[in-house]
Design a protein around this ligand. Structure first.
Ligand SMILES: C[S@@+](CC[C@H](N)C(=O)[O-])C[C@H]1O[C@@H](n2cnc3c(N)ncnc32)[C@H](O)[C@@H]1O
Ligand code: SF4
Length: 306
């Protein structure tokens, strides 16, 4: 990680300790469109019949990138829908990644299901991996695993590719197998584990299932598997209700209708009381100045510039 980048994060943290509410991460949900209908996906379940605007334009994205950079954000993350399917006229995901770099963001990333083009201009790519072939395809659809693996094996992207696993009823039994897959795949830098945030409620895990999953992950981490959740972050994954603790200001969001949110757009919904997002725990720890999490997270960002 460049010294200036490190200095930027340190400055943000220092100011935040003294009460600043400047954001660190700008998350842009660029559209809701998607080629898949994953069983656990809250986005497609909540937005399938939405009446309003379902996509940000190129101009809206550039204007938001500049605005939040001015407000202090230094990490830009594109989310969807399926991010690689976003377009506006001639512009595609590659153009908005470039716009984020041009705006000055030191770390730019996007999440993808990996079935489409792998855009290479970002620092980080997060690919969804919900289990070995049979389980991934059960959750995401026939043939999705092969396409993902084929696409990442062929890409000449030189940054870090992380796997993002959402643990839910369908894949609770294959945590170790999935970590093993990541460890044996030289294109994947590591894996981050999340729990499903309902809806859908029928796939949500009980507290005891979460506890068992965390024990398995902690053991794997101890054995040196490339698990990106910090140790303390893993412990906090067991805590369900983040409605009072969520470090809202760390991430700002813009969503396809153009509205801006200081913190998670799910704030104040029932989902908040069963939050399974790993990033929420890591942001919380970083904000509180947990030295271990800060060191672990810094090394993740450093790895992204390999
Ligand atoms: C909404 S998707 C958008 C990016 C892309 N379409 C993909 O699947 O990677 C971003 C991440 O959110 C996860 N996700 C979807 N629904 C979720 C839920 N109910 N709880 C937790 N994570 C969820 C997905 O598995 C994926 O890793
Ligand atoms: S690919 Fe991503 S956005 Fe599409 S349905 Fe699956 S999780 Fe949701």
């Amino acid at each position: 990680m460049a010294v200036s980048e490190m200095f930027g994060y340190a400055k943000w943290w220092f100011k935040s300790v003294f009460g600043s509410k400047a954001p660190l991460v700008n998350t842009l949900i660029i559209h809701y469109g998607c080629n898949l209908r994953c069983r656990h996906c809250s986005i497609h379940k909540n937005t399938e019949n939405i009446a309003g605007k379902t996509k940000l334009s190129y101009d809206e994205i550039v204007s938001d990138l500049n605005l939040q950079y001015k407000n202090g954000a230094r990490i830009a993350y594109f989310e969807g829908g399926e991010t690689t399917m976003w377009s506006d006229g001639e512009k595609d995901l590659g153009d908005i990644i470039k716009a984020a770099k041009d705006a000055g963001y030191t770390n730019v990333g996007y999440t993808t299901n990996g079935t489409g083009r792998i855009f290479t201009g970002s620092d980080i790519i997060s690919v969804s991996l919900d289990g070995p072939k049979e389980v991934h395809d059960l959750i995401r659809g026939e043939g999705v695993y092969e396409k993902l693996m084929d696409n990442i094996s062929k890409t000449d992207f030189t940054g870090a590719i992380y796997a993002n696993m959402v643990i839910q009823k369908d894949n609770l039994g294959c945590i170790k197998e999935t970590a093993e897959l990541v460890r044996n795949n030289d294109k994947l830098t590591g894996i981050i584990f999340n729990f499903i945030t309902p809806p859908p409620y029928e796939l949500a895990l009980s507290r005891s299932e979460k506890g068992e999953a965390i024990s398995v992950i902690r053991e794997l981490k101890k054995k040196g598997y490339p698990i990106l959740n910090s140790k303390k972050g893993l412990e906090l994954l067991a805590e369900e209700d983040w409605s009072q603790k969520c470090p809202y200001h760390v991430t700002v969001f813009v969503i396809p209708d153009g509205s801006h949110h200081n913190g998670c757009p799910m704030h104040d919904t029932p989902s908040c009381e069963r939050c399974g997002f790993a990033a929420v725990r890591e942001y919380y720890l970083i904000k509180r100045g947990n030295p271990f999490t800060i060191t672990e997270m810094s090394s993740i960002f450093a790895m992204s510039k390999k």
